[in-house]
Design a binder for this molecule. Structure first.
Ligand code: ZN
Length: 217
């Protein structure tokens, strides 16, 4: 039986790194909803064209269309052992639709690891980033500071904060994520498949805790 995993974690929790490691380790296809979208739009598939229509009218792409894209993606060869979904579902309604779709194949979401990191820690991680104007070298105030504050070690150019790395932006992104995701977390908790993982631990430890949870699920 293929195994289906939904990975959850706020921005700054290291979800991307863990998704890569886990999918490699377990032979699962790493399916990011953003990638599927871009691919369907780029290749002008039927589904892509439909989605484009909604976007052109400034409307949200309906869940059933997104589900169709995911269904299509899950039928490719690299999904034989299963898949790790990243970025979808985002709401309990989408989770329900996904569950129904998998049930048609006698499958289900087996495990939902949630990489949990306190908001203050996420803010420290994400706000401390400074980028060099000349070549985009990236530093972090706390984890990887430049030798001279405000100056790039490599080329001596000025360091600045991208809008995405500014405190107001980061705080907003995190609170929006937590607000939107908490109903989804509750949904999967009730189904008994949620595995909360302490994302403040070292990266390797987070990986091994996730693998343990996935093998149990
Ligand atoms: Zn530089």
């Amino acid at each position: 039986m293929p195994s289906y995993v939904v990975l959850l974690g706020p921005p700054g929790a290291g979800k991307g790194t863990q998704a890569e490691r886990i999918s490699d380790e377990l032979g699962l296809a790493h399916i990011s909803s953003g990638d599927i979208f871009r691919e369907n739009l780029k290749n002008q598939t039927e589904l892509g064209k439909k989605a484009q229509g909604y976007m052109n009218r400034g409307e949200l792409v309906p869940d059933d269309l997104t589900i169709e894209m995911i269904k299509d993606r899950l039928q490719r060869d690299d999904c034989k052992a299963g898949a790790l979904l990243d970025g979808f579902p985002r709401t309990p309604a989408q989770a329900e639709a996904l569950g129904k779709m998998l049930a048609e194949w006698n499958g289900k979401v087996d495990c939902v690891p949630y990489i949990s990191v306190p908001a203050e820690e996420l803010i420290t991680r994400l706000c401390g980033r400074w980028t060099c104007r000349a070549q985009g070298h990236v530093y972090h105030e706390k984890f990887n500071p430049s030798k001279k504050p405000g100056v790039c070690d490599v080329d001596g150019s000025e360091l600045y904060q991208r809008d995405d790395d500014k405190k107001e932006t980061v705080e907003r992104r995190i609170s929006v994520y937590l607000e939107q995701t908490s109903p989804l977390i509750e949904y999967y908790k009730k189904l008994g498949v949620l595995a909360e993982i302490d994302g403040t631990l070292p990266i390797d430890q987070v990986t091994s805790l996730m693998l343990k949870a996935l093998k149990k699920g």
